[in-house]
Every structure is written in C-alpha cells, then in structure tokens.
Design a protein around this ligand. Structure first.
Ligand SMILES: Cc1ncc(COP(=O)(O)O)c(C=O)c1O
Length: 428
C-alpha cells in the first residue's frame, strides 16, 4: 500500500489518448498529427492487403484461438507461417510465440533448463551442463527478464564492447555459453556487430542469440533484418524477431537449428501454456511477409527518408546517437530538456517519443526519432524546422555521439543504399 500510494496517481507515464494509429498520420481529438515515433516502419499495419487477409481470416476462423497449440488449437496455418519465416531467414525451422516479449521470455528462460525438463520425462544427460548468458548492457528488458527466469549465470558486457565480452567469455567455466544481443538497439538505433560476435562465438564455443525486433523487415537487401544486412549465417545463431513492428501485426518468432526450435516447442511454457495468435493475425503475418518481399518500394521510401533526415540534421547543432538505421535518436541528456523539446514539437502536430530513465541510463534523455516509409520530405522539413527553432536546447557541438560504450568497437554498419533505381541492391 505504501508503494502503491507513492506511485499512485503520480505515474511518470501519461500517454496521450489517440483516436487512430500512426500510418504515420493519426489524429488526437480529431486534430491531425504525424508520428515520428512509430514502429509501423513500412505502413504495413494498415495496408489494404493485410486488412483483406484479416477479414478472410476472421470469416474463416472467427476472432480468436481459445486453445493452446499443444492441445486443440494447432491450426495448420501456424505451421505454414513458421515455414515461411524459416524460409525467409534461410533456416529450416521456426517457432511462433504470441508476442515478441513472450518469445524472449520463453526462449531465454527455457534454453538452460531443457535438460532439467527432459529429466522429468526420464531422460538422463551423458554429462553435466552448466550455462551462462553474456548480454549487451543495452539489451531489451524482455531479454533481461528471460535470462533472469532461467536461473543461469548472467554476465553483462558494456554496450558493443567486444574486448569486455571476450574478457568475460575467457573467464567463464560454463559448458554452454550464449551471447545475447539486440540486432538494432531500440533506444540507440545502432547495430550489433554480428560478424564479430560470431567470430568470438567460434573462438569460445558459444551460441549467439539475436533479438532483431527493429531490424526485421527493415534491414538488408530482402528486409531479412540484421542477418540479411551482414549476409551471415551460422548454426551458432538463434534469431528472434517480433511481428508487431515492420510486419504490422502481433507475435514473435525464433528461427534456429530445428533441434533448438523443437526442444523449445516441447519445453517452453510461454509457447505451450498460453493461447496463441488469433488465426486472422497468422493470415496477416503471412501476407505481411509477402509485402516485405514484393513491395520493396516501402523499404526504399523508408531509407530515402532516413538519409534525408540525417542530411538535414547535419545542418543543426544537435548530437545524434546513431545514424545507421531508421531509429535516429536526438540526444538531449537532461530529462527536463528532453520533455521540453518533445512538448514543443507536439504543439505543432508532430509526435515524438521523449525517452528518459529508466528506459535509458540517467541523464541520457533523447528524442527517439523513427523514420517511416509514409513520411514526406515536407514532414521531415517541418520537424527539422521546429528543431532548428529550439536549438538552444541542444549541446553546442556538431559531433555525432553514442550514449556510451567503447567507440573503438562500433560496428562497421552503413546505411543501406536503396535508391529508386536499385531497390534490391545489397546494403553498402
Ligand atoms: C528489442 C525488442 N525486443 C522485444 C520487444 C517486444 O516485442 P513485442 O512488442 O512484439 O512483444 C520489443 C518491443 O518493444 C523490442 O523493442
């Protein structure tokens, strides 16, 4: 009661009530707005093709799946979507979860415990296994919660600091090591150096688990995310992503070696002991996968807008946390300044998320600008114009900075070049 009273009505989060969802246009009290902080990167959530798929799904199956897939809810439709997800990620197997959050909780809490669970069915392992996670300090909270639930030893390495990671790997005596990283870091917009992580994984006999929530559908020649961006593949990879951002729906999935996905299917309570995706959303996901593949102009517009915004911002005094993905955070530092600037922008009909502690470390406030396929250059010009008029809030430098971490090891990731003439060219 004491804590509830303290939190009570003073919640630091008072999200505004909206009438519609960003496409990126939306309305608040019938007033038109434009969002520069939506995960609907490609505008797929409201595309006619996914709406039609949802309607077909509802007509055929109704609005929900009241059962677990381990019992009566195992529609063939889910396996078709899993096959499609595995296929676009160059793997043989995938497993769907009801959300991205559940995918991380389910997989990370279960991987180190599969042996224990199997013991309950009479299995005896030929040797003792011990587990350790090695996790980038800026990983998403669902990763941190999942690892914690596993009971395995957890090591946190400094953001993108490969020396620190290797130091921890070298000292570890566990038989099974799992390096865990966001593909694109959700609050910083930078990209994990996957090829370097895989090299360390080879050297120290570890697996690499990637959460590509913000890369899937966005990065890479085919929108296949960070793996497509770096053109890497390895049996050491376990790739997770969400279907609620670029894919515009809901759900999460893991693609990996089939022995891993099927062991998760048997052992993860977050898969088997909860209802699964509504069938219409499974149909939506299947269509969204097709849209990412056969409407590359969405990604082309997104990256064109990304480059235009970064170019325009170079004229101003603000520091940008990173400039390599559609998440281009504008650094303010002080939380009060961050809020002040966000509300000045909102007054002019533009929504931007003001990110501060605890989503990021203390005094690391930033506006998390997310570019979108549906932005017009005029929208970007309007935002840059407001930022210019409020430039006294920026720190007086034109350097690009990152929030923290060892700069020596920043990934060699570049902005993909998707020009009008070469929509399907590989990332530079
Ligand atoms: C990096 C990352 N992982 C996982 C999630 C959770 O995904 P979902 O919203 O689909 O549950 C998010 C969502 O914010 C995220 O940014």
């Amino acid at each position: 009661m004491e804590m509830a009273n303290w939190f009570g009505w003073k919640s630091p989060h008072n999200p505004v009530v909206v009438d519609s969802l960003p496409t990126p246009k939306f309305t608040i009290n019938d007033r038109p707005h434009i969002s520069f902080s939506t995960n609907n990167y490609l505008g797929i959530a409201t595309s006619p093709r996914v709406k039609a798929a949802a309607i077909r799904g509802i007509e055929r199956y109704g609005v929900g799946n009241s059962d677990s897939r381990l019992l009566g809810g195992n529609l063939g439709l889910y396996s078709e979507v899993e096959r499609k997800l595995a296929n676009i990620n160059g793997k043989s197997h995938a497993i769907l979860f009801a959300t991205g959050y559940l995918a991380n909780i389910g997989a990370l809490s279960t991987l180190p415990r599969i042996n224990n669970i199997a013991r309950a069915f009479g299995f005896t392992a030929s040797r003792d296994y011990t587990y350790a996670y090695f996790s980038d300090e800026y990983n998403h909270i669902s990763i941190r919660e999942g690892m914690r639930l596993s009971g395995a030893r957890r090591h946190s390495y400094r953001h993108l600091d490969l020396n620190h990671l290797e130091h921890l790997l070298r000292r570890s005596t566990e038989t099974s090591k799992i390096i865990v990283t966001d593909g694109v870091f959700s609050q910083d917009g930078d990209i994990a150096p996957i090829p370097d992580l895989l090299r360390l994984a080879e050297r120290w006999n570890a697996m690499v688990y990637i959460d590509d929530a913000h890369g899937a559908g966005v990065l890479g020649e085919h929108g296949g995310g960070v793996i497509d961006h770096f053109k890497v593949d390895s049996d050491r990879l376990i790739c997770m992503a969400t279907l609620s951002k670029a894919y515009g729906s809901i759900g999460g999935f893991i693609v990996a070696n089939g022995l891993i996905t099927e062991a998760l299917r048997m052992c993860s309570a977050a898969y088997g002991f909860t209802a699964t995706l509504p069938p219409d959303q499974a149909m939506v996901i299947s269509t969204a996968i097709d849209i990412v593949a056969d409407e590359p102009e969405r990604r082309r517009r997104l990256w064109d807008n990304q480059r235009y915004f970064v170019k325009r911002m170079a004229e101003l005094d603000y520091k940008l946390v990173s400039t390599v993905t559609p998440i281009v955070p504008v650094w303010l530092g002080e939380d009060a300044k961050t809020q002040q600037l966000a509300s000045a922008i909102r007054k002019e009909g533009i929504h931007v998320d003001a990110i501060s502690f605890p989503a990021v470390p203390l005094k690391s406030g930033r506006l998390r600008i997310q570019l979108n396929a549906g932005h017009r250059h005029a929208d970007i010009d309007h935002l840059v114009d407001i930022l210019e008029r409020n430039q006294h809030l920026a720190e007086p430098t034109r350097r690009f900075v990152a929030a923290s971490g060892n700069r020596k090891h920043r990934p060699a990731a570049l902005v993909p070049s998707l020009t009008a003439a070469a929509a399907s060219q590989p990332a530079e």
